[in-house]
Design a protein around this ligand. Structure first.
Ligand code: NAP
Length: 291
């Protein structure tokens, strides 16, 4: 079976449009992009277009490659304080002279649409309610949609990034799967992958996963997207693996769900902000006794 993400993403989009209407205002999603990485440009365009389709006000802050860490921190701080912005993201990767963890940690967790702030990632690891990073959230939605059983299942995740590998391993663990997390130093990858009921490949190495590495009837989620031979390639050798297992295609699998989950996160943040407005900054509070 092909585990397509397109129809599911379209269905979720319709629901989000209605939620935006109910909000009564167009929530703002700001995207900070530093430099000119061509892949980032494409992802940012897709996000802004999808935001527009749903009624979200997308705004791009495109900074030059030579932007300093201090300048970027100042912009983050400005967006943290801007009441018209319900959520924002800093598009990765950042230029080498900027520490991504420092930038992510400076985002107000209540506006962290990517769910990458340490507080949000920590809450996710705890199994508490939080903003969930878009790609892992999309994977879980796909798993639920296709009713892939998780309790007691052997789940193998390849890749340990903060954006995909680690958070999906937390979510699968919290759903009672037995999770193995592999990375570039793992010995004998095929030994791990071939016992997986559910395999999630988030590496960025075209066609790394061959049919011989996958169990018959397994479910395989291909997160990888690498420009290769003039087209977008996944981590899974789809043509051979799909003959014995259920696989997400690239494109058309995880990608559309990632974009729509970012939009869902933004709508959730906007709904929360409407319910519980952020407290006023200290220096603007009225003193006791003041009218
Ligand atoms: P990343 O930060 O580069 O992490 C890659 C991970 O793969 C690392 O943990 C690395 O191990 C591991 N790895 C590299 N070579 C390996 C090998 N031969 N065997 C086993 N593990 C190996 O990448 P990412 O941000 O997680 O993204 C992964 C892929 O998903 C990329 O292709 C990216 O473009 C794609 N992606 C797609 C979407 C989507 O919406 N479809 C969203 C996000 C990312 P070490 O930690 O040891 O270096």
């Amino acid at each position: 079976m092909i585990l397509s993400g397109k129809a599911l993403a379209a269905e979720i989009e319709e629901g989000l449009k209605k939620r935006v209407e109910r909000l009564g205002f167009a929530p703002g999603l700001d995207i900070i992009m530093v430099g000119d990485d061509p892949a980032s440009r494409t992802y940012v365009e897709k996000k802004l277009n999808k935001a527009g389709d749903i009624g979200i006000k997308g705004r791009l802050h495109h900074l030059t490659e030579s932007t300093t860490e201090e300048e970027l921190l100042a912009l983050v701080s400005k967006l943290n304080a801007d009441k018209s912005v319900q959520g924002f993201i800093v598009q990765m990767p950042l230029p080498k002279h900027i520490n991504p963890l420092k930038i992510i940690s400076s985002i107000d967790p209540r506006k962290d649409a990517d769910g990458l702030h340490p507080l949000n990632l920590g809450r996710l690891a705890q199994g508490s309610e939080t903003v969930v990073c878009a790609t892992p959230k999309g994977i879980m939605r796909l798993i639920n949609h296709y009713r892939i059983p998780l309790a007691g299942a052997e789940a193998v995740v390849i890749g340990r990034s903060n954006m995909v590998g680690k958070p999906i391993s937390y979510l699968l663990t919290n759903s009672d799967a037995t999770v193995t997390l592999c990375h570039s130093r793992s010995r004998n990858l095929a030994e791990h992958t071939s016992r997986a009921d559910l395999l999630v490949a988030a590496v960025g190495s075209p066609y790394l996963i061959k049919a011989g590495m996958v169990k018959e009837g397994a479910h395989v989620i291909d997160v990888g997207t690498t420009r290769f031979g003039g087209k977008m390639a996944g981590d899974v050798d789809f043509d051979t693996v799909s003959k014995k297992a259920n696989v997400t295609p690239v494109p058309g699998g995880v990608g559309p769900l990632t974009v729509i989950m970012l939009m869902e996160n933004l709508v959730e943040l906007a709904e929360k902000a409407k319910e519980e407005p952020a407290p006023a900054p200290r220096n603007s509070r009225r003193r006791r006794g003041q009218a």
